[in-house]
Structures are given as structure tokens and as C-alpha cells.
Design a protein around this ligand. Structure first.
Ligand code: NAD
Ligand code: UDP
Length: 329
């Protein structure tokens, strides 16, 4: 199978490409490098010993994107490309709507024109808003609290409408919970610009002394120890979920949660990180962060049943591999 991977130089895309190559799939990457670096391509080649084709193109430029459809004959698309910083999306909503929506519409329109009908889309648990109960199932009500989340929900709606209009499309929407961790090689990982928003990149930077102290946002949530609970999933398990989605026999429009089904609190994560890496993470309790919810974790039963999804990495593995990447880089 030949797969077009949009956003393939990014964190989740690059790890997924390792799995695709291991499964003998052929990979074409398109990425604008707005949030990644080209050296990821060499690292992928170094880890796998296999070649990938790379195009530096912004998906918002439809005519440039068309050149790839003209030149390469691929069977399916995994669509990772998009901007993903919640805070930035609140400050620059138009940039988020333009980048995430126009790119996707261009891509889908060309897929229709060139008769490429299979797509896997990166959605997020953020589309569940503040869930009514836990664990979160795929049929729970959807709502969003920021422009980033709204772009994900809008793209899900676009995909559903597209499928209604043309049911020869084969669409999988994957709702990721909290991906962390990195490939064992230590060559690929999450490397956000500036001060990280997300917990694990922040913890790691405090551990290596790049940031002075971790602020734990709130210790009065209704959770096991008062700190926020999330469903952290190793990025390599997440990557595996994409290969399973491509191989899925079930066609049509499918939606799956990709999480481990287990909640971990901020304190549990920080303490595990210190323990497995034998390193100190300075921390202090800070006020709650606007918009945060007490707890969020997935029911992954549907993905288990229909995809054979079976996440195998522990929180310990995630902490070790996240630290290993940043120490190496
Ligand atoms: P990332 O920023 O590391 O990767 C996204 C890639 O897309 C980057 O390489 C970027 O340069 C590229 N890109 C962005 N806009 C583009 C455009 N218009 N044209 C071409 N390339 C473009 O992010 P990630 O963590 O790998 O996330 C991948 C996808 O998964 C995103 O859609 C993100 O919203 C979604 N997601 C991520 C998380 C997470 O916590 N990381 C959680 C849920 C969903
Ligand atoms: N968090 C924290 N300090 C940080 C970043 C995050 O205490 O510097 C907490 C946050 O309040 C939440 C959890 O860590 O309870 C996960 O936050 P993240 O931003 O990584 O993911 P999301 O909130 O998007 O699920």
C-alpha cells in the first residue's frame, strides 16, 4: 500500500511513518515544516533503513498539492497536518481556521477528483468538551471550548457530510487522548517551539534544567489526589493504531478513541517520571488553568474490538522514552 502522510515530519506523523515502513508500506510525506524540521526525514531513514519521498508543500496551496496527486499514485491518506496549540488558537483564531480547514478541504477535494477514497484523520479527545461521565465513549455528545478544538469538530462534520454525499469514501476518524513518549532510538520525539503548553514536554524541560519549576495547575479537582487526570498513551501505540486503521476490513465512516483507558493524575505522572529516570522535577501548586477539566480518559473498547488495538506501553515506558529523547537532543 502507498500512503500519503500529511504532516509526516511532526511528532505523531513521524512515529506513524516508522510503523508504516515496518509494515512494508510505501510513504509519501507532504509537510510545510511550519512546526517541524526536515532532518526528521534523515532520522526516519536512519532508524528504518528505508526511503520515503518528501514534498515541502503547504496544503493550503491547492495547485502545489495537485502536483503530488498528478505525480504519485497512492491508495490512501493519513491526514496529520494542522496547527495544534490551544492557547495560540485562542489568540489567532483566523490562522487556525484558515490553516486547518482550508488545508483539509483542498486535500479532500483533490482526493475526490483523483479517486483516492481512503483517509484516516487525526482528531482529538478535545471534541468531547467536558464529558458527562467516564470513560468516554465515541457516541458521547460533542462540544469544544477553543478554536483548535472547533477546527477538529468542524473537520469531523465535513468528513461526515462528505461521506453522506459519496459513500465510496472510506473514512476513519481517530480521536487521540494524550500522546507522550518517543521512539526508543531517541532520534524522534516531541520538540515544541518556545515554552511548552503540555505537561510532559514541560516536565522533561524542568528535569534537564531548561525550565526552573513545573506549575501543577490545581490540586483541588475531584480526582484521586486533586490534580488533573488524563489518559496518556505512548506515541508508538498511537502510531500502531493508524496502521490498524489502514488495514481495517470494515469500510465506511468509522470513529475510534485511541487511548489506554487508564487515567493518570499530574502528580502520579511527575512522581513516576522522577522514579524511573532517577531525576528531580521541581514543582509547585499553581492556580487552575482556564478551561481545564477534572478528568478525561477513554473507553477504547471499540478500537480493541474492531481494529484489534492493544496499547502495550506503560506510564513508566512513556516517562523513560520522553526523557531519553530530550536528553539525546
Ligand atoms: P505536529 O505539529 O508535531 O505535526 C503536525 C505537522 O503538520 C507539522 O510537521 C507541521 O509542520 C505540519 N503542518 C501544519 N499545517 C500544515 C499545512 N497547512 N500544510 C502542510 N503541513 C502542515 O503535531 P502532532 O502532535 O504530530 O499532531 C498531529 C495531528 O494530531 C494534528 O492534527 C493534531 O491536531 C492532532 N492531535 C495531536 C495531539 C497531541 O497531543 N499531540 C492530540 C490530539 C490530536
Ligand atoms: N498541566 C499542569 N502543568 C503544566 C501543563 C499541564 O499541571 O505545565 C496539567 C493540566 O492542568 C492537565 C494535565 O496536566 O490536568 C494535562 O495537560 P496537557 O496540556 O498536557 O493536556 P490536555 O489538558 O490538553 O489534556
Amino acid at each position: 500500500m502507498k500512503v500519503l502522510v500529511t504532516g509526516g515530519c511532526g511528532y505523531i506523523g513521524s512515529h506513524t511513518i516508522l510503523e508504516l515502513l515496518k509494515n512494508d508500506m510505501e510513504v509519501i510525506i507532504v509537510d510545510s515544516l511550519i512546526n517541524s524540521k526536515k532532518d526528521v526525514i534523515d532520522k526516519i531513514k536512519k532508524i528504518t533503513g528505508k526511503d520515503v519521498t518528501f514534498y515541502e508543500i503547504d496544503l493550503c496551496d491547492k495547485e502545489k498539492l495537485r502536483t503530488i496527486f498528478e505525480k504519485e499514485k497512492f491508495d490512501s491518506v493519513i491526514h496529520f497536518a494542522g496547527l495544534k496549540a490551544v492557547g495560540e488558537s485562542v489568540e489567532k483564531p483566523l490562522m487556525y481556521y484558515e490553516n486547518n480547514l482550508i488545508s483539509t478541504i483542498n486535500l479532500l477535494d483533490l482526493m475526490k477528483e483523483y479517486n483516492v477514497k481512503k483517509i484516516v484523520f487525526s482528531s482529538s479527545a478535545t471534541v468531547y468538551g467536558n464529558p458527562q461521565s467516564l470513560p468516554i465513549k465515541e457516541d458521547f455528545p460533542l462540544s469544544t471550548t477553543n478554536p483548535y478544538g472547533t477546527t477538529k469538530l468542524m473537520i469531523e462534520t465535513i468528513l461526515k457530510d462528505l461521506y453522506k454525499s459519496d459513500n465510496s469514501f472510506d473514512i476513519t476518524i481517530l480521536r487521540y487522548f494524550n500522546p507522550i513518549g518517543a521512539d526508543k532510538s531517541g532520534l524522534l520525539g516531541e520538540d515544541p517551539n518556545g515554552i511548552p503548553n503540555n505537561l510532559m514536554p514541560y516536565i522533561v524541560r524542568v528535569a534537564v534544567g531548561k525550565l526552573p519549576i513545573l506549575n501543577i495547575f490545581g490540586d483541588d479537582y475531584n480526582t484521586v489526589d486533586g490534580t488533573g487526570v488524563r489518559d496518556y498513551i505512548h506515541v508508538c501505540d498511537l502510531a500502531d493504531g493508524h496502521v490498524l486503521a489502514l488495514k481495517n476490513k470494515k469500510t465506511g465512516l468509522k470513529i475510534y478513541n485511541l487511548g489506554t483507558g487508564k487515567g493518570t493524575s499530574v502528580l502520579e505522572l511527575v512522581n513516576t517520571f522522577e522514579h524511573v529516570n532517577n531525576v528531580k522535577v521541581n514543582r509547585q501548586i499553581a492556580p487552575r488553568r482556564d478551561g481545564d477539566i477534572d478528568a478525561c480518559y477513554a473507553s477504547n473498547e471499540l478500537a480493541k474490538q474492531e481494529l484489534g488495538f492493544n496499547p502495550k506501553y506503560t506510564i513508566e515506558d512513556m516517562c523513560r522514552d520522553s526523557y531519553n529523547f530530550v536528553k539525546n537532543n
